[in-house]
Structure formats: C-alpha cells, structure tokens
Design a binder for this molecule. Structure first.
Ligand code: 6R9
Length: 599
C-alpha cells in the first residue's frame, strides 16, 4: 500500500498551524490567553466556527490535501485510508445523507460501532450538518445503551445489525425519539425501523454530485458533542461540549501531544470515551497528522507491530494498557524497533512511576502523563515534552489554565462556607482539585440537569471531584477520587448504574458496588449483595449474577460478587459504599458517625 503520510512527511513539516503559539512553557504561561488561539483558527465566514471544518476542510483545501488523514487497521493490517481531501468529500456525503433524513442543527446522532470508517464519517458528517454527535461504547450492554439513547433523546443511531438486534430493538418502544437506525455493512433487507447505511451513502453521493454542500455555519457556542459520564448517584450525566472546544483540542494536541503535520499518530482509546473523540479524532486532525486506528482489542505483539510498521511518531494510551505491556516484559518490545517514535503519552488513571520509567526501557523514552476529564473536554494538566518529568506526577497546568486545591469539608469534597472556598497555597497540601472556568472546551451543561451542573461549581471554581496536591514547583500529584465513582481500565463506572441493573434480578434484595483495587485495571467492579428470602448464597447463584450483570451491562458489569447478611447504611438509608470499600481493603472504618445505628 502507498505510504503517503511518511513519504510526504519531509515535505509537509513546514505547514504553519498555530505557529505563533510555539515557545517554551514558562513563556506561554506568562503570555498566552485563549483569545489568541481563537484568532489563529481558520473559522467560517461571519464569525462561525465548526469543529469539522477546523479538523478536515481547512486542510483539504491546502498543502495537506493528499496526506492520509485516517488509516484503518483491522488487527494491525491496513484495510482502508482516506486523505484529507477524500475525508472532506466523504464526510460531506454523510452530512447530506443525514440532512435528507431530516436531521437539523441540535439533533443528536449517535454511533454504536467498532472503530470503522462509518464511525468517523458519522462524527464528522454530524458536525458538518450542525447536529450533535454522541458516542456510545460498543462494549456496553443493552441497559447502558438504552439508558443513554433515552437520556440524549437521540434521533439517529448508526450501528450494526447484531448490536441493534441484541441491544436496541427489544427496547425500541422505550425510545420514542429514535427515528432512524442506520445499519452498517448489512446485506439483509432492511427490517422495520431500520435503514441501510450504504443506501443512505449512495443516494447522498448522487445528491452531492448534482448540487453542492455547504457546511453548517455553526456558532462557537453551539453544541457539537454530547459525552456520557458517570457520577456517584443517579443516572449517567450527558456533558455538552460546543464547537468552540476545538480551540482547546487543537492547542493541547500541539502542546501536550506534540502533534505536527507529518506525524503518524495512534490513540488507542475508543471514541466512546472522551479521549477517543477529543484526541482520537478532532485534535489530531486539526494538527494535520495521519491518524492510525485499529479495530480490535489489546494484544501486546500486535500493538508493538502497529507502532513499528506504521512508523508511529506519537502514541497516546492509558496506564492499564501500559501495565499489560509491562507484564508481557520488555523483551517483546525489543524484538521490534521504533525509530520513528518521538512521544509516548498516557491518560485516564494514575500512571505509576514504574510505568513512566519502563517507557525508557521499552520505547527509549519516558511516558508522559496527562490529566483531564469528560467535563474539561481537553487536557488540563500535563507533563509537556521538553519539560523535566517527575515520575508519578500528572505534570503542570496547561498555559491558560488556573488550577488549585481547595480545603475539604467533612464529606471529603471542597468545603463551601457562605459561598466561599479556601484555596490551599502551601506546597503539598491535599485538597479537591479545582479549575477556574473559562477555557473553550469546558462543558456547558449536563443535558436537562441544571442542578447537577450547578453542583460542579463553587465560588468561581469548577470542582473536579479528584483529590490532588501541587508540589513547590507546581507539579500536580493525583491523590484519589473524592467520590464513589469507579475507574476501571481508564473508564468511569457509576456504582448506581450497576446496582440498579443487579437489583432487577429476583434474588437480589439489596446491593452496594465498589471499585476493588486491581494490579492491571486499577480497579474492578465488585458487588456486595444481600438476598431475598428463599435464596441461598451458593456459588451457582454467584455465577448466575455475574452472567446476569454481563448480559445487561456489558463492559461495566461486576467481576466479583460477594454475599452479605446485611449492608451498612447511612441514617438516610443509603448503602455506605465507602465502608464496604474500607472493609474490603482491611482499612480502619474511619468516621462512622453517619452510619445507621452508630452513636
Ligand atoms: C479523560 C478522562 C476523569 C477522571 C478524573 C480522574 C481520572 C484521568 C488521570 C486520572 C490520575 C491521570 N484520571 N486522568 N487520574 N491521573 N492522569 O479520563 O475522562 O473518563 O471523565 O475520567 O479520570 O479521576 O477525574 P473521564
């Protein structure tokens, strides 16, 4: 196959993209303001801004037009690729097709797909039509899928027949907003309530041949992406991101990921997770790089082969994957060579110092950590290339970002007294990590939930829910989460969602779910269950509950189930997950004053 990206790498190194912002970290911290970055984007006429235009169309008209934008691999083998010019045209086609289906600005379009051209074209086509793109993990079970389709009032879903029949069709009656389901790679005759993706593409291609398409002139504040995330209580939350977020995607893809035109970049995150959109699609395409994407799960040998054969220059992955590579041993890495590799970056969970150092052994360079959240939309704290790394530290705030730690109250979160918080200024003081709002990729709402959104702010700060400290040189260190949310293999799991699904099993009287420390995944989901009268706590029932969970929840299901006679409660009747966790870890049970029955 023609290796367009590397063949042209030498020629395209000097395409200017945000060049005025290149400079050393300290200087940028002194001088940078987000306005400056906004002014450097291409933009649309009349002050419009569209993510897909910044990511694709602007390059398609310039010196990067015939550089490969996306290269698809299936188990490491290249299957398809699209240049920036081809990607522009193919995403125009999808935008036209969506408009023909009646999609209008603001409508939600969702994918439930493995990483494939249809997924990426749906993202970009949706943005070009002015609609809102909303990803789902292909590994989710029917429960999380339907909950999210319903929560997002999704109008169009792009998926495959198997996922549709198993995860959506049986619940279609619960989804009145879902008008169209497009099935990809499907030769069967469309069944009721579905349509063919290929047919949509064919007729939209005809339509585009006959007339022209104009990208939606979205305003910077118009919604572009909707990302589901999990909290301690209640249903998942849908974080709304606007087109202006692209300013932060672009700038941080340059500063933290060090992406430049000519790079071959691999981000291992699924677009169902915010990392897979901000830094799997939008940010890197803005930087004019070749994005490599592989359709399959972790396999150490194949991963090394992709890094080697694709001549990947920048690699963005997660600590769980790095730990899995470490477990296989550095010998396998040494059977390969990575002369093109320049920068290895991590996100999603604490990156152990051993993994940072192991990067030197395996790749010839340390792993750089980055910290951010679905809500922040872009990297907020990072070990920047060229800056000395402190293994175990998240790094320093992105220029333009003000971060601090706030004094905690009895519930472990930032204490708010008469509307005010107290910023801890002494080095290494532990508090809730907080950020001053105002950066472009800041989430603008939780869809239909202004109350939960408001709870994220106090006294002019955004409260992250994480505990951290900053050392005397301004490096941030992650301490833990201030809530009960579980992080497993980089993914947030809401305990409430898991508990609700298990409660539907007839044997279950009550359930409490925690994250149990795990050497590979960071945490795995463990459920403590009390049984209804007439059920015995047998190994068979344990297995049945595991299968039940997996069937309903997919990847967020519990790995372990323990039976208990009774679960600890707060006086208000909530299961005390914290106490379950303390007991699991053999830790002192701490302040039990809010536990039922305690003095
Ligand atoms: C991008 C993403 C956010 C939560 C965050 C924190 C944890 C992320 C981390 C990290 C330690 C890092 N987290 N990066 N913890 N070190 N470098 O992960 O978004 O899925 O919303 O999760 O992940 O707890 O608050 P999201």
């Amino acid at each position: 196959m023609a290796d367009t990206s590397t063949r042209r790498a030498g020629e395209i190194r000097h395409v200017p993209l945000l060049e005025p912002l290149i400079g050393d970290y300290e200087e940028r911290c002194r001088t940078f303001g987000w306005e400056q970055a906004r002014d450097l984007l291409a933009g649309l006429p009349d002050g419009g801004l569209n993510m897909a235009y910044e990511a694709v169309d602007r390059h398609a008209a310039g010196p990067l037009s015939d550089v490969v934008a996306l290269r698809f691999l299936d188990r490491g083998v290249p299957t398809a690729e699209l240049t920036y010019a081809e990607l522009r045209r193919a995403s125009d086609v999808v935008a036209v097709g969506l408009q023909a289906l009646g999609v209008v600005p603001g409508d939600r379009v969702c994918t439930l797909l493995q990483r494939s051209p249809a997924l990426y074209l749906t993202v970009l086509g949706t943005l070009k039509a002015g609609a809102v793109y909303c990803p789902l993990f292909p590994a989710f079970g029917p429960e999380p899928v339907c909950d999210r389709l319903s929560l997002g009032s999704v109008r169009v879903l792009v998926t495959d027949r198997l996922s549709y029949e198993r995860k959506v069709a049986p619940f279609r009656a619960r989804l009145p907003h879902l008008e169209t389901v497009l099935l990809v790679d499907d030769d069967a005759a469309p069944t009721e309530g579905t349509a063919s993706w290929d047919a949509m593409v064919a007729s939209a291609t005809d339509a585009l041949d006959r007339s022209s398409f104009e990208i939606a002139r979205t305003r910077p504040e118009q919604p572009a992406l909707l990302h589901f995330t999990s909290g301690t209580t209640g249903r998942p939350k849908a974080a709304v991101h606007v087109h202006e977020a692209v300013v932060a995607h672009h700038v941080t893809a340059m500063w933290a990921l060090d992406l430049r035109p000519g790079d071959v970049y691999w981000c291992t995150a699924d677009p169902g997770w915010v990392t897979g959109t901000s830094y799997g699609i939008i940010g890197p395409l803005c930087r004019g790089v070749t994005v490599v994407t592989d359709s399959s799960d972790f396999d150490a040998r194949r991963w090394y082969r992709v890094l080697q054969d694709q001549r990947v220059t920048v690699f963005y992955t997660a600590p769980t994957a790095l730990r899995m590579l470490m477990r296989v041993g550095a010998d396998l890495a040494h059977e390969h060579s990575f002369p093109a590799l320049r920068h290895v970056v991590s996100v999603g969970e604490p990156l152990n110092p051993e993994a940072v150092v192991w990067g030197v052994e395996a790749f010839g360079m340390p792993v750089h950590d980055t910290w951010w959240q679905t809500e922040t939309g872009a990297i907020m704290v990072s070990n920047f290339p060229g800056m000395p790394i402190r293994p175990g530290s998240m790094g320093r705030p992105v220029p333009g970002i003000t971060a601090a730690v706030l004094e905690r109250g009895p519930d472990g979160r930032a204490a708010v007294v008469d509307g005010h918080v107290h910023v801890l200024t002494e080095p290494d003081a532990v508090g809730e990590l907080a950020l001053r709002p105002g950066w472009p990729s800041m989430f603008r709402a939780y869809l239909d939930d202004p109350e939960r959104y408001a709870q994220c702010f106090a006294d002019g700060w955004y409260l992250s829910g994480d505990l951290a400290r900053f050392d005397a040189d301004g490096y941030g260190w992650f301490v833990g989460r201030a809530d009960d949310v579980i992080k497993s293999a980089g993914h947030l799991i809401g305990p409430f969602e898991v508990e609700s699904a298990l409660m539907e099993h007839p044997a279950v009287a009550e359930v409490g779910v925690i994250g149990k420390p795990d050497p590979l995944a960071g945490e795995v989901v463990k459920a403590f269950v009390t049984l209804r009268a007439g059920y015995e706590p047998t190994p068979a029932l344990q297995r049945e509950l595991i299968t039940f969970g997996r069937h309903r929840l997919g990847s967020v299901a519990p790995r372990e189930i323990a039976f208990d006679q009774a679960l600890p409660h707060t006086r208000s009747g909530k299961v005390m997950r914290r106490l379950l966790k303390a007991r699991e870890l053999g830790l002192p049970e701490g302040d039990l004053s809010t536990v039922e029955g305690q003095p």
